[in-house]
Design a protein around this ligand. Structure first.
Ligand SMILES: Cc1cc2nc3c(=O)[nH]c(=O)nc-3n(C[C@H](O)[C@H](O)[C@H](O)COP(=O)(O)OP(=O)(O)OC[C@H]3O[C@@H](n4cnc5c(N)ncnc54)[C@H](O)[C@@H]3O)c2cc1C
Length: 417
């Protein structure tokens, strides 16, 4: 991933190249970690999907036009893991708040020096596979799913470093870094997501799925140090899950501007906004990202603005607002009574949205959230385990108009650049 590939065009090209492999090939080979240069068994679409430069619905639609639901079952399920995690966190905003608090405490604890932590993030633990993944993450902004699982497991159970510090390291260095998928995957490995169920990285499993990159010259260094068991972490009980009221637009939606955020660069909007602006806070306190990730997001944002200018030629497409005050100045200048924004899910952007809502209401402008049908349909099934969503998948695909009745030829929807 790099800023030069942070465009929707690149997302569509990558999807097109991956399509032939999204069926049985993915199902059989997706767990192989072949290293950054050779990952060809997975889509590599996550940074695009995470910023909604391409939507999950578009990806599924293209895959299901190429493969039958049975052939594509595994890939569709994996894509749905993302919606599952997003919805799960919407039901429990406290988990994100708790992560932020615990991270602040753990970071304060680092001031006395924590050798293991510094060795881990600089790839100097002596466990050579772990060190290779740390270096790969920093250099490329990406890690294979299996590598993420092994890495998190070694971090928590072998190196015994607080999991929140590892989640933070990932979130700041992954181009697809996502508050829900990342936080909840780390919690899953640590035994906090499904209480008591942990993920243990073993030498045998690493050899089986990453042997081609690490075991050509014998056993890599440090694997004998891996923890032999993974005892689940514990935490105070969480409040019962509750789905927030999802926004509904008024029947007669008033004219207004569109505010884009990194959470959704899809331009999936049924009306023509009179103005468009990108809110890309660069507040270091929000999340001090790695330079490559920052560059990817900035380029993705510029690409979205360029697409907006083409899609809505009559709209005033403004540049990037990096602070709330700049958004307010723009709204006042454009005399908007109402500003639309794609729903901002739990995470670091959402954390500053109450401040933005307040600042806008101070100048007489109402913030209205737009929602994808995809999220609206799926999130209600994400209150508990993934299985609760999985059993609804056939019905959801039908409702989303993604599966064709028997005998009907697939329609390959033309995806717009
Ligand atoms: C500790 C840990 C941290 C993670 N952090 C993130 C993160 O910050 N952001 C992120 O998008 N994913 C995260 N994942 C999930 C997963 O590793 C990545 O989505 C996947 O590796 C991306 O590569 P890909 O696009 O080639 O995936 P593919 O295998 O091609 O899958 C297609 C798409 O499905 C979604 N997806 C696949 N697997 C998962 C999964 N297990 N959970 C959620 N969505 C999934 C992604 O959007 C992905 O692009 C994390 C997993 C672990 C174990």
């Amino acid at each position: 991933m790099s800023q030069s590939t942070a465009t929707r065009r690149d997302a569509l090209l990558r999807l097109a190249a991956f399509l032939p492999k999204a069926g049985r090939h993915y199902s059989a080979h997706r767990n192989l970690d072949k290293g950054a240069e050779h990952q060809d068994s997975v889509s590599g679409l996550s940074a695009y999907i995470r910023h909604r430069m391409i939507t999950e619905r578009e990806v599924m639609s293209a895959v299901l036009a190429t493969h039958s639901p049975a052939q594509a079952e595994k890939f569709i399920q994996e894509v749905l893991w993302r919606a599952y995690f997003k919805g799960w966190l919407e039901h429990r905003p406290q988990v994100w708040a708790r992560y932020r608090d615990d991270l602040r405490d753990a970071q304060a604890g680092l001031s006395g020096g924590n050798k293991s932590y510094h060795q881990a993030i600089s790839g100097r633990t002596g466990i050579s596979v772990f060190d290779a993944w740390a270096a790969e993450l920093v250099a490329t902004g990406y890690l294979h799913n299996h590598a993420r699982m092994w890495f998190a497991s070694i971090w928590v159970f072998t190196l015994k470093i607080p999991w929140v510090l590892g989640a933070d390291f990932f979130l700041r260095h992954l181009c697809d870094g996502d508050p829900a998928s990342n936080t909840l995957s780390w919690r899953w490995v640590a035994g906090l997501h499904t209480a008591g169920k942990t993920y243990l990285a073993t030498k045998e499993n690493i050899e089986r799925f990453a042997g081609a990159r690490f075991f050509q010259y014998g056993q890599p260094q440090g694997l004998d140090r891996l923890a032999g068991r993974a005892v689940a972490l514990v935490e105070p009980p969480l409040p019962a899950p509750a789905m927030p009221q999802l926004p509904q637009l008024p029947v007669e939606a008033p004219a207004g501007g569109l505010l884009l955020t990194e959470e959704d660069l899809s331009l999936d909007v049924t009306f023509s906004p009179t103005g468009v602006c990108l809110f890309m806070p660069t507040d270091e306190a929000l999340l001090p990202m790695a330079a490559g990730v920052r560059a990817f997001k900035d380029a993705a944002g510029r690409d979205a603005l360029a697409r907006a200018a083409v899609k809505w030629p009559a709209a005033q497409v403004t540049g990037i607002a990096s602070a709330i005050a700049q958004v307010v100045d723009w709204v006042v200048e454009q005399q908007f009574d109402c500003l639309y924004v794609a729903y901002v899910p739990q995470g670091y952007i959402r954390d500053i949205f109450s401040e933005l809502t307040q600042a806008l209401s101070g100048v007489g402008c109402q913030l209205l959230y737009l929602m994808h049908d995809y999220d609206r349909l799926i999130w209600p099934h994400t209150a508990k385990g993934f299985f609760g969503l999985k059993r609804h998948i056939p019905g959801l695909l039908k409702t989303l108009d993604l599966v064709r009745p028997e005998g009907v030829e697939p329609v390959n929807e033309q995806l717009e650049f």
